[in-house]
Design a binder for this molecule. Structure first.
Ligand SMILES: Cc1cc2nc3c(=O)[nH]c(=O)nc-3n(C[C@H](O)[C@H](O)[C@H](O)COP(=O)(O)OP(=O)(O)OC[C@H]3O[C@@H](n4cnc5c(N)ncnc54)[C@H](O)[C@@H]3O)c2cc1C
Length: 303
């Protein structure tokens, strides 16, 4: 199988290429079987080459940023994982408030840079372990702020290697959702912040950090919220009221700090996490009639 993929990475591909890669090393949950291939395109030419080749040969392509909203099944991934964190890491300032930001830039680092420049709008992002591309894809948000408030548009490369620009209005942002064309990889994000008093930014950031520290399980691997909040009701409250805080399956455990988080207490398998997800969904439905919708993306194969 590896031989088949090796054909893709002719000498002109500048980035790193790894074969048979344990996905647990690339997800914040520290779970996931091996991916056939992980490629780290260095620039747009690399990515175009990879996507058009994969398209021609019919290989499946998956994109990963920070891996902080992902559960990879134990059988791993048949296909190519595109890891955008080793290219696409430039931030180019267009004027005092506007920047074109590489999709592989860490969201928290960008939030810090904005604070230093006296630019407001990204205070909510402190502590979200995302890349900018992943955060757009999920319309990540917290404490009343969301990516949609600061995104003007995105540059993408499509599955046959074609480049395009999508203005924010066409992304149909909603709660933890953005509509991307099938197979499109975000390479750059056009963002607009607003000049704000530095002290006010610092205060907001400190307050959000305090709230996050008080409500987020720290010290153990997790993938953020498992379910979306249905109609503004905190999913964590529904799961807690269903009596599930602290319940385990293997080494996966419903957090005692926040019931909408599952933590990996050791060597949890994806199957353990999926057991808990089914239990949370079924118990909440039985008690309230509300069917929770997953926020976390589940990919890959069962063993
Ligand atoms: C401790 C912790 C706290 C968290 N707190 C929050 C929070 O407060 N608010 C919140 O919204 N989320 C939170 N999350 C969840 C997560 O950080 C966000 O969903 C984040 O936006 C995911 O970004 P990522 O780069 O890790 O994406 P990944 O998990 O790598 O990918 C998520 C999805 O985006 C796609 N994707 C990634 N990059 C690209 C790209 N360049 N082009 C196209 N598609 C792409 C992937 O294919 C996948 O479908 C938290 C997670 C953790 C572990």
């Amino acid at each position: 199988m590896a031989e088949q993929y090796k054909l893709l990475f002719v000498e002109s591909f500048k980035g790193r290429v790894l074969f048979n890669v344990p996905m647990r090393e690339y997800t914040t949950l520290k779970i996931g079987g091996p991916a056939d291939v992980m490629a780290f395109p260095r620039d747009e030419a690399d990515l175009k080459h990879l996507l058009s080749f994969a398209g021609t040969k019919g290989f499946r392509v998956y994109v990963i940023g920070g891996g902080s909203n992902m559960l990879v099944r134990d059988g791993g991934i048949r296909g190519i994982v595109v890891n955008i964190t080793e290219g696409f890491t430039d931030v180019s300032w267009m004027d005092e408030e506007r920047a074109v930001v590489g999709a592989g830039v860490r969201l928290s680092a960008l939030s810090r840079e904005c604070a230093e420049r006296g630019l407001g709008g990204l205070e909510f992002a402190t502590g979200i372990p995302a890349t900018v591309g992943g955060a757009v894809c999920m319309n990540a948000g917290a404490y009343g702020g969301e990516m949609k408030d600061v995104v003007e548009g995105i540059e993408v490369i499509g599955h046959r290697g074609r480049k395009g620009f999508i203005p924010a209005g066409k992304l149909k942002f909603s709660y933890r959702y953005a509509e991307l064309p099938e197979g499109a990889v975000i390479v750059n994000v056009h963002m607009k912040f607003r000049k704000t008093n530095k002290k006010a930014i610092e205060e907001r950031t400190r307050e959000f950090k305090r709230r996050r520290d008080a409500t987020t399980p720290t010290g153990l691997p997790s993938a953020g919220s498992i379910f979306k909040n249905p109609d503004g009701i905190p999913a964590g409250k529904l799961i807690e009221e269903a009596g599930l805080k602290g319940v385990s399956s293997g080494d996966a455990k419903i957090s005692e700090v926040h019931a909408n988080y599952i933590v990996n207490t050791g060597n949890a398998r994806a199957a353990d996490v999926l057991n808990l997800i089914a239990l949370m969904r079924d118990r909440v439905f039985a008690k309230t009639g509300i069917m929770l919708e997953p926020e976390i993306k589940v990919i890959g194969e069962n063993i």
